[in-house]
Write a protein that binds this ligand. Sequence first.
Ligand code: UD1
Ligand code: CA
Length: 454
Amino acid sequence: MQVVILAAGQGKRMRSDLPKVLQPLGAKPMLGHVIDVAQALDATRICVVYGHGGERVREAFANLDVHWALQQPQLGTGHAVQQAVPYLLNDGTVLVLYGDVPLLQAQTLSRLHAAAGNHSLAILSVMMDDPTGYGRIVRDSHHRVTHIVEHKDASEAERNIREVNTGIMAVPAHFLSRWLHALKNDNAQGEYYLTDIVAMAVAEGVPVVTEQPEAVWETLGVNDKLQLAALERIHQQNLAQQLMTDGVTLRDPQRIDVRGELICGRDVEIDVGCVFEGRVLLGDGVRVGAHSVLRDVEVGAATRIAPYSCLEDSHIGNGCHIGPYARLRPGTRLAEDVHVGNFVEIKNSQIDAHSKANHLAYVGDATVGKRVNIGAGTITCNYDGANKHRTIIEDDVFIGSDTQLVAPVTVGRGATLGAGTTLTKSAPADELTLSRSKQLTVPGWKRPTKNSSK
Ligand code: UD1
Ligand code: CA
C-alpha cells in the first residue's frame, strides 16, 4: 500500500501563524498522527503533498522516510494528488488521507484498503445528520454509487443525501494516474476535484465500494481551534480508555492529559488533573497525586507522588515519597526510598538511598549520599553569579535547618551541620560543624513602649 497525505491547504480559520497540519493534538502535530497511522499500516511509500506553511511543514518531519510533493498553487484535491503521482509506483493501491484528519484508526484503513483490492475504488463514507458542506455520495436505484457531488455543485435533492464522502479513498495506482490526468475544473469552485474520479470509475465499469469507519470521530477534520479542542478531548478519551484497559486506575478518565507516551506498570493509580508530557514511565504500584505534571520522567515501583508536584527530566527510584508541591528539575536522580517534601526544588543532583529533604529546600548541582537528612530551609548556593559549582554531601550527614552550603564544598561522611550554618569550607567527617554567632541575653532589657500623647 502507498499513502498520499494531502496537507497543502491553508487553514485560515485557525487564525494562527503555525501551519494547520502542525497544530498539535496530544502535543504531536496533526500531520504526525497521520504519518504514524500510515507507518502502522506498513505503507511502502508515504508522500505528503504540502504547500501552505511550506518548508516549515517539511522541516518538522525532516527525519522521517517520507516523500514531499509541493503543490503550488492549490487547485483542488485532485490537483493535489496529481502532484504526488511522480513519487508513486504504478502498482498496488494508493490510500488518500488528509493531514487535518488526525484520528483515523489503522483497522478502518486496512478495511478500506482491502475493499479496494487491485480492481476497485473504495470510499470511506459516513452518515451525517447535518451533511452541509460535504461531498454527497450519489447512488442509483440499485444503491450503486454513481458519483460524488460537492455541496456547492449539488441540487436540492442531492443536498438531502446524508451519506457523505469523508475524502478518504483507496484507489489502485494504475487507475489513479490515468484518471487524475482526465480531471477538469468546470465546477462551482473551479477546482480539480479528486471526487470526480468516482464517476470515471463507474463509466469504465470499475467497481466502486464504500466502507464505514468504526466510529464517526475517526473521520472528523480540523478547520479551527474549536474543532481542534474537540478532537483533543476525543484523543484523550481514547488514551484514557487504553490506559484503563491496560489496568491503570484513573480517578476520573475525563481529567487526564497525556501529551506523549505514558507507560505504566501494574496497579498504577492516577488522580485527577495530571498532565504527562514526553515519555513517562511509571513502575508497578506508583501513585500520582492530583494536579501533578510529569515530563520525561521514570518513576520506580511503589513511589508515591503527592499532589501538585512538577517533575521534569528526572529518574526516581523505587519507594520514594515526592511532594506535595515538590519540584524536580532536569538531571535529578533519586535512588530508592528518597523523600522529597513540600516546596523542595532539586536540580541536576543525585540523591542516594534513604535520604530526605522534607521541607523548603533547594538542592542544585549536588551529590548526596545515603541516609542524609537535609533540614528545612537548606540551600545549596551553587551559583556565584558566573559559574555553577558542586556540593558533595557524603553518607549519613545530618544538615540542620536553614543551612547554606556555599559551593564548591564537601560535607564529610557522618558530619553534622548545626542549624543556621553558612558553610564556606568543607566540613570534616563525623564532627559537628556550625557557623553561628554566640547566643546572647541582655539582662533587664525592656521593650520600648509607645509615647503617650495628649
Ligand atoms: C473534500 C471533498 C469532499 C469531502 C470533504 C471531507 C473534494 C473535491 N471534496 O472537500 O467531498 O466531503 O473533503 O472533508 O475532494 N488540499 C490540498 N490541496 C488542495 C486542496 C485541498 O492539499 O488544493 C487538502 C487540504 O489541506 C485538506 C484536504 O485536502 O487536508 C481537503 O481539502 P478541503 O478543502 O478541506 O476539501 P473540501 O472542499 O472540504
Ligand atoms: Ca474540509
